[in-house]
Design a protein around this ligand. Structure first.
Ligand code: SF4
Ligand code: SF4
Ligand SMILES: [Zn+2]
Length: 309
């Protein structure tokens, strides 16, 4: 994976910022000292400026709401236009890269864009490990307290191992799971940056682990989790965010980690659901530059051509 010559891809969100900047008085309401009704010019309070931007006259408020509706329609139109341009840009990026990857008929691969995570790896510190240890112990204490208070309350804790439900383990779901994995691999964990030293663990996470390992003591459970921390992690990201991705197996992760899907993955799901059997061109971009890309085919298809970067 990797691509040396950056390609410009139109930033997907910039048109939305343009719209926000032009919304009636939004910015001014927080920065000015004197405020006026944006329709009739009467002086109003800061509070009024924040909520309605108008005086108390119903005529002004009706007109203001009408303007907001018009602006919302215009914003929607601009958003649609930006989306179309963005997707067209991805198609031409795909077509350019297909040649270099030996992929024929690139139009068979629908483009999907995800973010790209790029940061420095730094040595793990003892402080971070200690912070995680303290956090896990506190969660386990909460579990014990709850279990003492209501002994049968969580005896049927489900095993949320994450990933795809094995009861629906057909080729289509295998393909989807593979596509999702490739997309997150291309991205590198953009959504993990807020994981800190807590990795989104909750009392539920511990409860589920205890249910699967009823013989483990709290100290042993803490050790299980600490052992998964690598010697190096990305700077200012989750304690488990290592060079090879998340160093925790899925069953040990928080529910949030197993269920979260960014906009890119949601779009990927939609593409696969609406275009059964299609291939995907998955591209990870950072500030408009293509950082990684892959051409992926549905699984179990004969004669799949080579692809990828
Ligand atoms: S869910 Fe989205 S942001 Fe998170 S790793 Fe996957 S592609 Fe990246
Ligand atoms: S535990 Fe893994 S998936 Fe969850 S935030 Fe940390 S690195 Fe990301
Ligand atoms: Zn007015």
């Amino acid at each position: 994976m990797g691509y040396n010559r950056p390609l410009e891809v139109r930033s997907f969100f910039s048109p939305l910022f343009d719209v926000a900047r032009t919304m009636l008085g939004t910015h001014e309401a927080f920065t000015r000292n004197a405020f006026r009704c944006c329709i009739c010019g009467t002086e109003i309070t800061r509070q009024q400026a924040r909520s309605f931007q108008t005086c108390t006259s119903w005529k002004c408020r009706c007109e203001y709401r009408g303007r907001l509706r018009d602006q919302a329609k215009q914003a929607e139109a601009r958003y649609e236009q930006a989306l179309t341009q963005f997707r067209n840009g991805l198609c031409s990026t795909r077509n350019q890269l297909a040649g270099a990857c030996g992929v024929e008929h690139p139009e068979r691969f629908l483009p999907v864009c995800v973010p790209s995570y790029n940061a420095e790896l730094v040595p793990m510190t003892a402080d971070r490990r200690e912070a995680l240890r303290a956090f896990l112990l506190a969660l386990l204490e909460d579990c014990t307290r709850e279990a003492d208070a209501a002994p049968d309350a969580h005896s049927e804790t489900p095993d949320q191992a994450g990933g795809v439900d094995s009861s629906d383990h057909d080729a289509a779901s295998e393909t989807l799971a593979e596509f999702l994995t490739v997309a997150c691999t291309c991205c590198g964990g953009h959504c993990c940056t807020d994981g800190g030293d807590h990795a989104y663990f909750t009392v539920d996470t511990m409860r589920q682990y205890i249910a699967r390992h009823p013989d483990r003591s709290p100290d042993a459970i803490v050790d299980d989790y600490l052992q998964r921390v690598r010697e190096e992690t990305y700077i200012a990201s989750c304690i488990y965010h290592s060079a090879n991705g998340c160093s925790l197996p899925r069953p040990m992760r928080a529910d949030l980690c197993n269920s979260f899907e960014c906009y890119g993955l949601t779009h990927l799901r939609d593409q696969v659901a609406e275009n059964a059997g299609t291939g995907l061109f998955i591209v990870a971009t950072n500030q408009g530059q293509v950082m990684h890309h892959r051409f992926v085919e549905p699984l179990h298809q004969p004669d799949a051509p080579p692809g990828g970067s």
